[in-house]
Design a protein around this ligand. Structure first.
Ligand SMILES: *[C@@H]1O[C@H](CO)[C@@H](O)[C@H](O)[C@H]1NC(C)=O
Ligand SMILES: *[C@@H]1O[C@H](CO)[C@@H](O)[C@H](O)[C@H]1NC(C)=O
Ligand SMILES: *[C@@H]1O[C@H](CO)[C@@H](O)[C@H](O)[C@H]1NC(C)=O
Ligand SMILES: *[C@@H]1O[C@H](CO)[C@@H](O)[C@H](O)[C@H]1NC(C)=O
Ligand SMILES: *[C@@H]1O[C@H](CO)[C@@H](O)[C@H](O)[C@H]1NC(C)=O
Length: 515
């Protein structure tokens, strides 16, 4: 995302003209919207109130559906596509001698780094080189210093790819000088600084191979989005898929925590008290082996950065508008294209991220009743508890990792944005339904991964929703019909990758075979 690439040193600038320089060193946990003890550091909004009372009243009175009534829980039908990443790789096809070492330094959050890792494996393969476990840079926004090994199961990674490329955890002694510090302190011959965005395989053969041949090592940084999606041999594409969908798994303690969350969400004990016997019987009758409980994961990114960058009005009144405009001015110095449009124009174009209230209304209109187990995959929500409360009224059984996991289990990942995101990613993969309130790296990564596994994923129709929410005279039944109609084809139907589109978002046809 564009907004991730700039310097977030300005994060400490808060509205009302007060410079709170403390902010960057405060643990992100403090902004946790669901933490009961969040101190109110910001006073820039008058607690955002519901904006769509006319719809909300009806949504709150919507009926509880019986199991069979909601089509939504039925899995996607077989669409004729299968995961297909195992190239017939034959270890003897590996070159006898590696051309040297490829080292990459990856920016961005967890999901951008994930794509970078897949591309790094592909580049090492193109060059017949040995890959050093990628170095993950500390992101200025998320401030997590977790390394590859802290997040991903490194032995699994090396093992799954052993017939494809050689991978080493550390450089041999003779190259131990090739460090981040070394490249940070001077111009170095072994540093590749100029890889163009979406560079071709030939670019690497022409520009990086000579460096490998002369020095035995090439360090590529920046490396995000530095390998094209088209014109690559099928075996290289397959390899990228194999890395993404097979080689990259999280460390055991993240998987264990994710499994525990999923099973807590699925177990009906929590819900038994709340549900009528009618529902229980249906759950028991169903052939579902997973404990009956079905889960929706809602990925909600609604932080100040994104709210401000979108230039939309989120109903927090004049003070919020001023605060966001000020933030935009400080961080982007007026270079936000969206700010030339009115809120109405932006909404009509579907360019406003959905607020928790809007996503709640969308889910309610799609047929999710108040017994739905909604898992909130989210880091922090601008507006905090006040902004979340409408969603929670619509979905009282809403949970998140902090509400479900014990303090003891959370302690290991507390304050570590990448590990927290990894847990959410894991739960998202195991949910029956995934929906995201805004496009972005996490959304794209999960849309891709769930497409690969043929799992249901709802993609909000943003322009439609923008128009519906602008129309204040719309009744609940009209809203409901329009929403249902507008999302029929947005539930995980296979979309074939088009030119320039990411193989990690659209895994068919490169990572999948048509049967
Ligand atoms: C639906 O179920 C919830 C939770 O059991 C209950 O609180 C609510 O009153 C029910 N709503 C209706 C309209 O029956
Ligand atoms: C890499 O190794 C394979 C197998 O030995 C060989 O066919 C290919 O030409 C090599 N590629 C490069 C760029 O050296
Ligand atoms: C690679 O090594 C194998 C076995 O040691 C040998 O048979 C083969 O000829 C070698 N290939 C090349 C291209 O040197
Ligand atoms: C608002 O919705 C109503 C009911 O669907 C419709 O008749 C009306 O044309 C809509 N207004 C606009 C401006 O789209
Ligand atoms: C794909 O990207 C290239 C280079 O960025 C651009 O020249 C081309 O027009 C794009 N094609 C499509 C179909 O978007």
């Amino acid at each position: 995302m564009k907004s991730n690439q700039r310097n977030h040193g300005g994060l400490g600038v808060v509205a009302a003209g007060v410079l709170v320089l403390l902010l960057p060193i405060i643990s992100p946990g403090l902004f946790d919207p669901l933490s009961r003890s969040s101190p109110s550091l910001f006073s820039e909004w008058n607690a955002p109130k519901p904006r769509y009372l006319h719809l909300l009243r009806s949504a709150l009175q919507r009926e509880n559906l019986t199991w069979q009534q909601s089509d939504f829980w039925t899995p996607l039908v077989d669409q004729g596509w299968r995961p297909c990443v195992d190239s017939a790789s034959d270890p003897s096809a590996l070159p006898n001698k590696s051309k040297g070492y490829i080292q990459v330094f990856l920016d961005g959050g967890l999901n951008q780094q994930r794509m970078g890792i897949c591309d790094a494996v592909a580049v090492a393969k193109i060059l017949n080189a040995t890959l050093i476990i990628p170095h993950l840079e500390v992101n200025p926004v998320w401030q997590d210093s977790s390394s590859f090994t802290d997040i991903f199961d490194v032995d699994h990674f090396i093992d799954v790819l052993k017939d494809d490329i050689p991978i080493v955890k550390e450089l041999p002694h003779e190259f131990s000088w090739s460090t981040r510090e070394y490249y940070g302190t001077g111009i170095r011959h072994t540093r590749v600084k100029t890889a163009p965005v979406h560079a071709s395989a030939n670019w690497y053969l022409e520009k990086v191979m000579p460096i490998l041949e002369s020095y035995g090592i090439a360090a590529i940084a920046p490396f995000s989005h530095r390998l094209e999606f088209d014109n690559l041999p099928a075996n290289i594409q397959r390899l990228r898929c194999k890395v993404n969908f097979k080689a990259l798994i999280f460390v055991p303690h993240i998987r264990a925590l994710g499994d525990a969350l999923v099973s807590q969400l699925r177990s009906s004990t929590r819900q038994n008290e709340a549900l009528g016997t009618n529902y229980l019987r249906e759950v028991t009758d169903s052939k579902d082996k997973q404990g009956g409980g079905k889960i929706v994961v809602l990925h909600l990114r609604f932080d100040k950065d994104m709210a401000s960058h979108s230039a939309c009005d989120f109903g927090g009144g004049k003070s919020e508008k001023l605060a966001l405009a000020k933030y935009r001015q400080v961080i982007w110095q007026g270079r936000v294209l969206n700010s030339q449009y009115t809120d109405e124009e932006l909404r009509n174009q579907g360019r406003c991220p959905l607020t928790p209230e809007e996503i709640g209304l969308l889910l309610a209109a799609l047929g999710f009743d108040s017994n739905t187990r909604l898992y909130l995959a989210s880091h922090k929500v601008y507006g905090g508890e006040a902004r979340i409360s409408t969603l929670k009224k619509l979905f009282p059984l809403m949970e998140d990792k902090r509400s479900l996991a014990s303090a003891e289990k959370m302690a290991k990942i507390q304050g570590k944005a990448s590990l927290l995101a990894a847990v959410d990613y894991y739960v998202s993969i195991y949910s029956d339904i995934f929906i995201s309130a805004s496009p972005g790296n996490m959304h794209n990564a999960l849309v891709g991964h769930r497409t690969y596994l043929n799992l249901k994923t709802i993609r909000p129709n943003m322009p439609l929703l923008g128009q519906l929410f602008l129309n204040k005279s719309m009744t609940w039944p009209e809203f409901l019909d329009a929403v249902v109609e507008g999302h029929k084809k947005r539930q995980g139907q296979i979309r074939i990758r088009k030119l320039n589109q990411s193989i990690y978002t659209y895994p068919a046809p490169d990572c999948m075979c048509h049967s």
